[in-house]
Design a protein around this ligand. Sequence first.
Ligand code: ADP
Ligand code: MG
Length: 322
Amino acid sequence: MGEFELIRRHFQRPGVRLPPDVVLGVGDDGALLRPAPGHELAISTDMLVQDRHFFATVDASALGHKALAVNLSDLAAMGARPLGFTLALALPHADDAWLTAFARGLFALADSHACPLVGGDTTRGPLNICITVFGQVLAGRALRRSAARDGDDVYVSGRTGEARLALEHQRGTAWASTASGADLRQRLEWPTPRNALGVALAAVEGVHAAIDLSDGLVGDLGHVLAASGVGADIELAALPVAPALKALPPAERLECLLAGGDDYELLFTAHPAARDAVQTASRTSATPVTRIGRITAGQGIRLLDAQGQPQSVRVQGFDHFA
Ligand code: ADP
Ligand code: MG
């Protein structure tokens, strides 16, 4: 199977109608997108490299899903609606069964977000998957990391920590042995990007900053704080805890919650006057959100216990001493 045959067989979908904002898809020298008037183009790229972001043994359909999911998650964090994506693929060999499964996972997610594949590049090499997504957001309404303000509420969507626990499970770590494997693996390998929530939030007056959680809650919150020149108080007791995490010893539970990674939830800040509107966005997008703290005029993150007292917590990639 040559390069063109591979593309034709696995990545061209003649039967699938393109949405009206895609003027031209796969097959020419470039794609043509038509964002709606008054909108800005939001663009994000994420690369997945074998042994760094995934193991060779991972199911190819899960890989197809995740490669797009992590990109859609970035658009969600901008509050942008997906328009389409490109796929740059390096493959050690043309394995038909592998490509079929990969494409299945990829297109299932793409179709559910009305985000078609519009082009790409295919070459021989060590397995490497690079996707670029294009989205649109009303001019001036994108949710930026730099927009958090003193007094804002801090929210997180869904729950954090399960993907990390799944990873520990795979690694055979003792403290993960109590958790059930299959559900957790789902969270690690089939993450759910929060696009409906992101788009709903961008329309809410008073929602300020957002980021998607790929590297752990405290680390990613830290990026928002640094970009915005503010601090944050996080109430540890307010963090949503998945059932699988409840059985963990407190230190390991906090490690998962605060420094898990691979969560692909949204963390965002909003003026307290926007609380009702945030709940409405949560409802209309069918995505749970939890208020976990507030933005302060200070610096860095304070982790507060149930009595509001700053706690000393040390998690990987983040040392905090109150
Ligand atoms: P060029 O020589 O102009 O770079 P290519 O031969 O690389 O063109 O690609 C031919 C067409 O196939 C282009 O429209 C390109 O976008 C598309 N394409 C190549 N690889 C992929 C892929 N992995 N997924 C989707 N489209 C692809
Ligand atoms: Mg090319």
